[in-house]
Ligand binder design. Sequence first.
Ligand code: ADP
Ligand code: MG
Length: 349
Amino acid sequence: MYPIPRISAFSKAISLFPWLLFVVVLQGCTQNEVQRVSLQGKTMGTTYHISYLPSDLSPSPENVQAEIDARLVEVNQVASTYISDSELSLLNQYPADLVYPVSDDLRLLLKESINLAQLTGGALDVTVGPLVNLWGFGPDKKPVKAPSPELISETKQRTGIDKIQLTEQGVVKSRDDIYVDLSTIAKGFGVDEVADVLESHNIHNYLVEIGGELRVKGKKEQEQDWRVAIEKPVSMEQSVQKIIMPHDNAVATSGDYRNYYEFDGIRYSHIIEPDTGKPIAHKLVSVTVVHPLCMIADGLATGFMVLGSEKGMALANREGLAALFIEKMPDGSFKESYSNAMTPFLNLQ
Ligand code: ADP
Ligand code: MG
């Protein structure tokens, strides 16, 4: 029996349903509970949970947490579109054709965003920010109604990953009104940075989770492997769809079953298809990706959601990426499928 504690809450993007979880981690009952350090706090408009086995050399939990909190404040100050003077917000306000010098953090985030856009054939595109805002899922959420086709195509002109260029000196936008939204990889990046803080203190057995995206390493305790429960993709209930054993990897899930609204009986998701400029509309309801880096798992999960089951699965198998897809069938049941690279994580021994 595994009790399932509420270890994660929702991201800012899903604050409509803060009482629900995306991913829960199964914690076994052991006698050696005292050893483990558990930390929790708030970041990126959501919560974080960290659990680790301290090493002989690691500082006190208070000091570890202070360092983690400071690092997360820095990450937010770089990548949040909710902070008006974050490095990203200043880039978004910066004029076209001038070089905007970037920090190492922002450079890494933008470089990975460009890579992911290439890998997913443009499905994951961090310049869709204006469309995200247009559909009412950005920082200035407002009562929404479906925007007109004219407004959508006008807004689309402001998007496209080719409209930002990363050079040695910094980043250059080709239009003033390019608006980069890193929401899709920021939480994953935060998880990776927290893991780095732990590693720097010789801590090698841990779980780090921010808003449902997580990364584990080593053992939970007493040689127990980490097990992660993937939530059933339904909006009103919290139950387990699948349990995986991710080894030393990150696990990120993207879904359209929580963060959406309905208008005139149509359901609008917070994930935008860059080609059409509209929220995705297909039967794929959740994608979970396992990858060494949480930032990449996070971005890929969203990219696969945009691509849909067929194109997404073809890409996962072509590139050897570990992904679990859940589709909603007409009778309301869920159909799981997974890429070849996912197989080792489904084997729960
Ligand atoms: P969550 O933030 O709920 O974990 P995701 O990681 O799937 O969800 O990221 C979804 C967020 O990414 C959206 O709320 C939006 O801000 C942004 N977004 C939406 N569509 C795209 C897209 N095609 N490419 C990149 N970012 C997107
Ligand atoms: Mg994501």
